[in-house]
Design a protein around this ligand. Structure first.
Ligand code: AMP
Ligand code: MG
Length: 415
């Protein structure tokens, strides 16, 4: 416990660890064509059955030769070799070659075993079949060797790796037309609250539009899960119970927002305690104190707070890594960097703040961060105008201009 731990509030790291310890992969293995596998997680190590490149080849358009033939070559002492054939990409030279001879070669074309370097075409003069050189090239000049990128038997990607656009061409170069991956996690999403109205309806007094479902589904669309949208659920015991039972039958994960704080109309707690095993946590983070986590009959439950900033912060910081574990993905710690804060920030010790800011590099090359202003948990513009979290440690108080703070640039989930 740190000096500022508040009794009854759970530090974020404990909450993350607790979820990681409780959860396991629930997604079965499937096979997908390479062209559909982007964003999926590998369920096996990928071991190369090929060398890349598969043969020694030229890195330049030019002339392939044996470098001993040009050992004494210089501008003062040019040497000529006889071109005896050509090697093009896909059409290798198949004749025999003697010393004193060379071949025309193009980028990516196979180089015969008898030759050991390539001279760029810009560095020679051509007179029919007589090619004149003015430099002594180094051994292996402009050559690309068999397996220099990847060799047979090498593990190129590991189980648990989520496939990026950079991986797909690599796997194509190795000839993988299909890949062993985990299926998508199925995630049911619903908003809860009598005040919430769907887009397109007219707001009556005291009503607001349901925005959380859009932030939640938007963010989920970046992590390659199958979303089942359950819409808005009223603060009504039977409606909540029916929706949660149905969601539990259809999904691996059920995410709600709203109704997990202490409020008279919050029936979610009551229903969850009946149909599952749920812990209602008070997290030592701001925003996002109330958070529910537990198990229904078939699925895992995340109850996000209703306030729009709190909902997205807890989804991003807690539920996303938990869902990664459930998808068989190797969970990575977020990138955090030190930056100079050029604004004053208000902060009370006791909770870890995820304030919203904008980082940039100033003229001196220093990483700096500014605040987006009002940090209320219902002020979503503080989120939409930001490009990073300013993560202020639990023990910390107000921040003065010029102090160093930790920032967490948004990953591609939020950018
Ligand atoms: P609750 O957690 O249900 O007490 O809600 C906390 C605050 O978040 C209240 O101001 C709610 O109106 C608001 N809120 C709850 N759900 C949503 C939602 N889906 N979209 C926008 N605001 C919401
Ligand atoms: Mg509510």
């Amino acid at each position: 416990m740190s000096s500022c731990d508040v009794p009854g509030l759970m530090p974020l790291a404990d909450a993350i660890n607790k979820m990681q310890d409780t959860l396991c992969n629930v997604c079965e293995a499937i096979t997908l064509p390479l062209s559909s596998a982007l964003g999926y997680t590998l369920n096996q190590d990928i071991i190369s059955q090929q060398n890349v490149p598969p043969f020694n080849n030229s890195a330049m358009d030019g002339y392939a030769l044996h470098c001993d033939d040009l050992i004494d070559c210089s501008v003062m002492h040019p040497i000529s070799l006889i071109e005896v054939g050509k090697s093009f990409a896909g059409a290798p030279f198949e004749g025999s070659i003697q010393r004193g001879q060379c071949i025309r070669i193009m980028t990516g074309a196979m180089i015969p075993d008898a030759l050991n370097c390539v001279v760029m075409q810009e560095q020679v003069t051509v007179d029919g079949e007589t090619i004149t050189f003015v430099n002594a090239p180094k051994l292996h000049n402009n050559l690309r060797f068999t397996g220099e990128d990847i060799s047979v038997g090498q593990t190129v990607l590991s189980k648990g790796h989520k496939l990026t656009p950079r991986d797909i061409p690599l796997l194509a170069s190795l000839g993988f037309s299909e890949l062993p991956v985990y299926r998508q996690l199925k995630v049911a999403v619903m908003s809860s609250g009598d005040e919430l109205r769907p887009l397109g309806s007219k707001l009556e007094q005291g009503e607001i539009y349901d925005s959380n479902r859009y932030s939640i589904i938007g963010l989920l669309s970046r992590i390659n899960v199958e979303v089942i949208d359950f819409g808005i659920i009223k603060d009504d015991y039977s409606e909540i119970k029916a929706a949660l039972i149905k969601a539990d039958q259809q999904a691996d994960v059920v995410i709600t927002s709203g109704g997990v704080s202490v409020g008279d109309a919050d029936f979610i707690k009551q229903v969850l305690n009946e149909i599952g095993e749920i812990g209602f946590w008070k997290l030592a983070i701001k925003p996002g104190k109330p958070f529910a986590f537990g198990k229904l009959q078939n699925s895992v439950f995340f109850g996000l707070p209703g306030n729009p900033v709190s909902a997205i912060v807890t989804l991003y910081q807690l539920a996303v890594p938990a869902m990664a574990k459930m998808s068989g993905e190797a969970v990575k710690a977020p990138l955090r960097l030190n930056a100079v804060c050029i604004d004053t920030l208000r902060k009370a010790p006791g909770r870890t703040d995820f304030q919203r800011g904008n980082y940039s590099v100033n003229e001196q090359g220093q990483l700096i961060v500014t605040t987006t202003g009002n940090q209320g948990s219902g002020v979503f513009s503080s989120m939409s105008q930001s490009n990073c979290f300013i993560v202020l440690e639990q023990d910390r108080g107000n921040i003065a201009k010029g102090e160093t703070v930790e920032i967490e640039p948004y990953s591609q989930l939020m950018d």
